[in-house]
Design a protein around this ligand. Structure first.
Ligand SMILES: *Cc1c(COP(=O)(O)O)cnc(C)c1O
Length: 437
């Protein structure tokens, strides 16, 4: 078996050894992807092997990523792998959410059940394994979000030094708190995101630091397994749709690549349609999809949304993501801050819960059924990308009518659930409880 890095640009297709440390094609500048020329798998016997690994106590088999290692064969051996038992996330049906979304049924693939609370763990176990395989001692990313939380955990668990670079004065506490606790050295740089990225690239080259930003092709390989696990859990019956939020679009690229490969290798008969949902104030991919030419993405200079995980104006993976959306006959939709907030509360009330970016999936589904793009009886899997507790401040503000959208408009607490102040008086509380809620 051979694994290599290939330029994603169809008119370049330059090839590099799998151990080459490059993030963009040195010839044309586009992104690289892992490729496995000549890969052929016995799908029927592997389905049985993968299923039986679920009951095995070996760390590699307990991981919801490495259990499927035959479909991500970029390592020569597994000595460099560190697993925190990522993946293994449930498929949860939710009637209340289905009704709200205009569907008979919906199932959530909840990636918030991951060790650090987001799907970034599926990719990070692979990125860190590659870093160790290359003999790197330090890894870095520019992020205040789930990427930094995940990278910090995996790097520290693997004995590498995690370095996080963030713009000064632009901090989100929930996720940064994880990174600090997991032991990442964190630098607040007095510069904007793009300047910091350029700086870190320079440092990476000079000091031999391995970059684990979302351009890293090995993270994409790990995220492919979210779709593999989902199909394993559904006995290899594809849904009609897979709905996911779109930010930097790494996940869209990963899901599309994974599903295409599963079809080529004979694991599934058809590829589900991808529905990518963006937040209205941060929707360059939606605009690109709507444009009949679909030429080049126009970045949004000042992206705005309270769903910070998808607050990205210049998504690096857009060429890959566009390819995957078109290949799957998919769609891109956008939703408002109010729609995200309400959908999130509906998901919460199903006893499930998620972070704001994840709730864009249900908000988008509601729109797609209303416009007839998605049928009421469609078989839909929506991917909840992050855990409810990532953003508690947002939740409290929503339920108490204090959540302000960018630009200053207040979000209506349409599904608000305010705490009630009561006296220390059983009679009064009993009478409150007998009145309607
Ligand atoms: C990273 C992230 C996203 C966006 O994923 P992309 O691959 O950047 O499109 C969405 N939701 C959550 C919770 C995330 O952490």
């Amino acid at each position: 078996m051979s694994a290599e890095l290939v330029c994603f640009n169809r008119s370049c297709r330059a090839r590099f050894p799998i151990t080459e440390v490059t993030y963009n094609c040195p010839l044309c500048g586009r992104l690289l992807e892992a490729a496995y020329p000549g890969l052929a798998l016995d799908s029927e016997s592997l389905k049985a092997t993968w299923r039986s690994r679920r009951t095995c106590n070996q760390p590699l088999d307990q991981s919801g990523v490495w259990r499927y290692r035959e479909i991500i064969p970029f390592l020569e051996n597994y000595d460099s792998v560190v697993t925190l038992r990522e993946g293994n996330t449930p498929l949860l049906p939710a009637n209340g959410a289905a009704e709200y979304g205009g569907l008979d049924h919906i199932t959530f693939k909840h990636q918030g059940f991951n060790p650090t609370g987001s799907f970034k763990d599926n990719g990070m176990t692979c990125g860190v394994a590659q870093a160790r395989r290359l003999g790197m001692k330090r890894v870095a990313c520019v992020s205040t979000g789930n990427t930094s939380a995940s990278m910090a955990a995996y790097a520290s668990a693997a004995g590498l030094e995690p370095l996080i670079f963030i713009p000064h004065g632009n901090i989100s506490y929930g996720k940064l708190a994880q990174a600090l606790e997991y032991g990442a050295r964190t630098f607040q740089v007095e510069a904007n995101f793009d300047q910091i990225l350029a700086l870190v690239r320079q440092l990476a080259e000079r000091l031999g630091i391995y970059l684990l930003n979302s351009i890293n092709p090995f993270r994409i390989e790990g995220q492919k397994t979210i779709m593999v696990e989902m199909l394993d859990q559904r006995d290899w019956v594809s849904p009609d749709w897979v709905v996911l939020p779109g930010g930097n679009l790494g996940n869209t690229s990963a899901f599309g690549k994974g599903l295409r490969e599963l079809k080529q290798l004979g694991f599934i008969r058809n590829v589900p349609r991808l529905a990518v949902i963006q937040a209205e104030g941060s929707a360059p991919f939606y605009e690109l999809y709507r444009d009949s030419e679909r030429g080049k993405l126009k970045s949004v200079p000042h992206p705005e949304t309270l769903a910070t995980a998808i607050k990205i104006g210049d998504p690096v993976s857009w060429p890959k993501a566009l390819h995957e959306v078109m290949e799957s006959n998919g769609v891109v939709e956008k939703v408002t801050e109010q729609e995200i907030a309400d959908a999130k509360a509906v998901i919460g009330k199903c006893g499930i819960g998620c972070e704001p970016a994840s709730a864009a999936t249900l908000a988008g589904t509601r729109k797609l059924t209303a416009t007839g793009v998605m049928r009421r009886d469609a078989d839909v899997v929506a991917v909840l990308t992050g855990n409810l507790l990532k953003d508690p401040d947002y939740i409290y503000r929503y339920h108490t009518g204090q959540l302000e959208a960018p630009g200053g408009r207040m979000i209506e607490a349409n599904f608000g659930n305010r705490p009630v102040v009561v006296p220390n008086d059983a009679e009064r509380i009993a009478s409150l409880l007998s009145s309607s809620f």
